[in-house]
Unconditional design. Structure first.
Length: 74
């Protein structure tokens, strides 16, 4: 089940929502509004390099591990 991130256009609150059903309507937990914008969230993954070392990409964007490079959309 995917977790989506939303921003309420009424109160500007950001929140995550676990989608259990495709048809379920999402409402802001702060004000109850349903005028929401779905945000693009980053995701984390771990992999191994050619030497077997674990690499962690839990922050940043594609190709960096910082949160402030020019290609990050934050």
């Amino acid at each position: 089940m995917p977790i989506y991130e939303f921003e309420c256009l009424k109160c500007s609150r950001r929140f995550e929502y676990l989608v259990r059903q495709i048809r379920g309507e999402v409402a802001c937990p702060g004000c109850g509004g349903n005028d929401l914008r779905k945000l693009i969230s980053s995701f984390a993954f771990k992999s191994r390099d050619s030497h077997g070392n674990i690499t962690d990409s839990s922050s940043g964007c594609s190709g960096c591990t910082s949160n402030n490079c020019a290609s990050c959309a934050k």
